[in-house]
Design a protein. Structure first.
Length: 156
């Protein structure tokens, strides 16, 4: 039998497979901290809203997850998201390593790691291939994502 926190992480990704952002957000503490290469510091409701936005915009989406493990305070998983990037129509296959801090049966910290240059090559095509490694391009990706999240939140 797996640890209850491993089951919590599995529930999170099962909800993501169904694009059920409400369930995903409900598995976070109110003061959750989320980070990844695109959204480096989301806190509280912003993290749940990011999943709501991504699930709402998802096109041709599929997700698999493996290697879920957890103890009383931390956990990890690997997951792969495949989708069409709406701004270019390009297919993206993103490989992510996730780490978690857990508290009172919920996720209080969630950190995703992936290769942003690899992502940009797929999502942005030639521009990502040639310039996706550059800090100014990666910062532009982060700024565009933050603007998208702010617009999504304003429209709710």
């Amino acid at each position: 039998m797996s640890h209850p926190n491993a089951e919590l992480i599995s529930r999170f990704y099962q909800a993501f497979q169904q694009l059920d952002a409400e369930t995903m957000a409900s598995l976070y503490t109110a003061d959750v901290r989320f980070s990844d290469p695109v959204f480096p510091d989301l806190r509280g409701a912003d993290a749940g809203d990011m999943w709501r936005m991504l699930c709402t915009k998802a096109q041709d989406f599929s997700l698999t997850f493996t290697d879920v493990a957890a103890d009383d305070h931390s956990g990890r998983a690997r997951w792969v998201a495949t989708y069409t990037f709406s701004q270019t129509g390009n297919t993206v296959v993103n490989y992510i390593d996730a780490s978690f801090r857990l508290r009172d049966g919920k996720i209080c910290e969630h950190h995703d790691q992936f290769d942003l240059w690899r992502w940009s090559r797929q999502a942005l095509g030639v521009k990502g291939l040639l310039l996706g490694w550059a800090p100014f391009v990666q910062n532009a990706i982060r700024q565009q994502a933050a603007k998208g999240l702010a617009a999504f939140q304003k429209s709710r």
